[in-house]
Design a protein around this ligand. Sequence first.
Ligand code: AMP
Length: 287
Amino acid sequence: MEVYTMVSSYQNRLTTIKDQDKSIAFVPTMGALHSGHLELMKTARGKADLVVASIFVNPTQFNEESDLVNYPKPLDHDIHLLENNQVDILFLPTTTEVYPPGIDLSMQLNFGNLTTVMEGEHRPGHFEGVVMVVHRLLDIIQPDYLIMGQKDLQQMTIIQSMIQQLDLSVALVGHSIVREASGLARSSRNTRISDELRPTAPILYKTLQWASESKPRLSPEEITTTAMQRLKEAGFVPEYFTIADADSLMPIQHWRETDKPVACVAAWLGDVRLIDNMRLYEARVDA
Ligand code: AMP
C-alpha cells in the first residue's frame, strides 16, 4: 500500500493515475477502523480500479474538545488492516496539509433543514466541519466514487446535497449499516463502552427493531415517546429518537405512502455517544 502524508506527493501520483485512465473509489475515515469500515473498502474495490482510503481525525467536526482528545487513534493497527484489505493508497495528512494557512474554504451552500435537525441540533457546527473536510478531501483525491456508510444517514444526505449544489463529478455510494451479532452498529466509539454497560448497548438496536415492528399499530408520535422511555429505562440518556423522512430528514407526524420513514436515534451510554437508524419502509428496487 502506498501512503501519502502530503497533498503535493499524492497529487504527483494522481497525475499518473489520470494518465492511465484509472478510476478511483474513495473511503474517507477518521481511523480506529473496524469491520464496518472494511466493508466500505470492499464495496470500493468492486467499483473502481484503485481504492484510496484516508485517515484524518478532522478537528473542525468535533463540537466537544473531550471527544476529539478521547477519539481512539490506533494508527499502526489501522495501517495493517488497510494493507490486508487490498487498499491501494492511504492518504494520511496532518491538519496543516488539509487546512494550510490562508486557504479559503468558504462555500455558498444552502442545506435548508438538513443541517439543523437531529445531529445538527445536538452537535452545533458538526456538519459545517464535515462538509468542509469532505469537500477539501474530494478536491485533493479527485475520486470517481465516494463511499459512505448509512450509519451516518444525515451526513450522507448532506454530502449528496453538497455534490448536487456544487455539481461535482463524483458518485456517492451508500453502504448499509454493519452490525455486531448483538445488533449493535459497529463504531469506533464502541471500544470506549465500559464492560459494565456493554450488555446494555444492543438495546439501542432492539428499540429501533421494536419501532419497526410497531409501525402497523402505533403513530410516529406514540413510537417516539415510548422509544425514548424504553431507552431511559434501559440506562441510556437519549438525545433524540425521531421518525424522519429519509429525503427531507423532517419529522413525520402521520404515516403516508409517499414518505420514506427512518427511525433515527442518538443516545449516551455512560460517556459514549451512540447513533443508529433503521429504515421503516421497503426500498423500491428499480427495474
Ligand atoms: P468514521 O471513521 O466514523 O468517520 O466513518 C467513516 C465511514 O465509515 C463513514 O462513511 C461512516 O458512515 C462509515 N461507517 C462507520 N461505521 C459504520 C457501520 N457500522 N456500518 C456502515 N458504515 C459505517
